[in-house]
Design a binder for this molecule. Structure first.
Ligand SMILES: NC(=O)c1ccc[n+]([C@@H]2O[C@H](COP(=O)([O-])OP(=O)(O)OC[C@H]3O[C@@H](n4cnc5c(N)ncnc54)[C@H](OP(=O)(O)O)[C@@H]3O)[C@@H](O)[C@H]2O)c1
Length: 331
């Protein structure tokens, strides 16, 4: 059994040396009410970066020299638990370990016949819920409005844009390469795409792509990209602050434009959120996501990295945009 521990709190961009691999050869025993789980898929997510630092946040930081954990799909290989049987696949927050014992708390059964197991970590999991609930609960999108999405080719962003299209909006995505921009339009049905790495004047590029201004902004990245969107917002615009990956590795306070004048002038709303704020709406959101997926109205992309030993690097690669859609590690 192999486990990955957090060895150091990363300074700036995380590196593989911030993690330690430990191996334990003694067999894992289970008691009544417990399960033995074999890890199948591991989700790596930008928010884990926050938990690796000891700054105050909405969840406690990871402890040093303890296992890192994230969303995982695992197979039950031994069970003394009433609800779960051998051969079941379960999803939930688990340790970065090849095998582990669990009491089943917080784990839900997932059905690999209904959808590929990896999708329970993406479009039918936390990132799909984040996309749906952030957009509908805060964005309150109306048909005919213009939606801009940053981090558009990632797990959350690619779903946000597609839901925007289902709801009848004009959708503009911002991503980091021409290949990603092509994918936004050809695979996910976005109306326009902007490659922020090759665009000198983002404010002008957004104005060109959104000639009627921006009504809803789904922000996954923060920083200068989001500053450029501010210059293009309409009256009563809604800015959904989902994440700020462009500043997660900053070691100094980022410099940004002052948002207040934009909010006042436009009677605009800017609201951050954590998907768990809307946990009572998860069943409703999941119903929409799974129905649209089954009907072919939603699709998804995954970057699947193989091998337990590659989990830390897959996580680090999120900060270099190496993923298209959801970044997942297959064990
Ligand atoms: N609030 C919540 O409850 C919640 C839940 C889930 C996720 N989130 C947040 O939502 C955001 C997206 O998460 P995700 O899981 O869907 O990740 P993701 O978008 O699949 O992966 C991260 C992407 O961020 C982009 N990126 C990296 N560095 C960047 C930079 N300096 N500037 C602009 N873009 C950069 C990269 O794409 P490019 O190639 O386009 O640069 C990369 O592929 C993250 O900020 C995450 O923390 C929030």
């Amino acid at each position: 059994m192999k486990t990955i521990l957090l060895k150091n709190r990363p300074k700036g961009k995380p590196s593989v040396s911030d993690f330690e691999f430990v191996e334990n050869d003694s067999p894992l025993d289970i008691k009544d009410g417990e399960l033995l789980l074999d890890t199948t898929y591991v989700s790596v997510d930008p928010y884990l970066r926050g938990r690796m630092s000891d700054a105050k946040s909405y969840v406690p930081p990871f402890e040093l020299n303890k296992p890192v954990h994230s969303g995982i799909v695992a197979k039950v290989i031994a069970s003394k638990h009433k609800e779960f049987n051998n051969g079941d696949y379960l999803a939930g927050m688990l340790n970065w370990s090849t095998q582990q014992v669990s009491n089943g708390e917080g784990l839900t059964k997932v059905d690999g016949e209904k959808a590929p197991l990896s999708t329970y970590l993406g479009i039918l999991g936390m990132t799909g819920l984040t996309a749906y609930l952030g957009l509908t609960e805060i964005g309150k999108p109306k048909k005919g409005e213009t939606l801009v999405v940053s981090g558009a080719a990632g797990a959350v962003g690619s779903v946000v844009g597609q839901i925007g299209k289902i709801l009848g909006l004009r959708v503009i995505g911002i991503a980091g390469s021409d290949e990603k921009v092509d994918m936004l339009k050809s695979k996910f049905g976005f109306d326009e795409g902007i490659n922020y790495n090759t665009t000198e004047d983002m404010t002008a590029a957004i104005a060109k792509a959104a000639p009627n201004g921006v009504d809803v902004y789904f922000d996954n990245v923060g920083g200068p990209i989001s500053d450029a969107v501010l210059f293009n917002i309409n009256h009563f615009a809604r800015m959904i602050i989902c994440g700020a990956i462009s500043v997660y590795n900053n070691t100094e306070l980022p410099k940004s434009v002052s948002v207040q004048p934009f909010l006042v002038k436009n009677s605009a709303l800017m609201q951050g959120f954590i998907v768990s704020n809307y946990s009572e709406k998860f069943p409703e959101a999941m119903k929409h996501l799974s129905t649209w997926l089954a009907e072919g109205k939603l699709t998804y992309s995954e970057t699947v990295v193989e091998g337990f030993e590659n989990i830390p690097q897959a996580f680090i690669d999120l900060f270099d945009g190496k993923n298209k859609g959801k970044m997942i590690v297959k064990i």
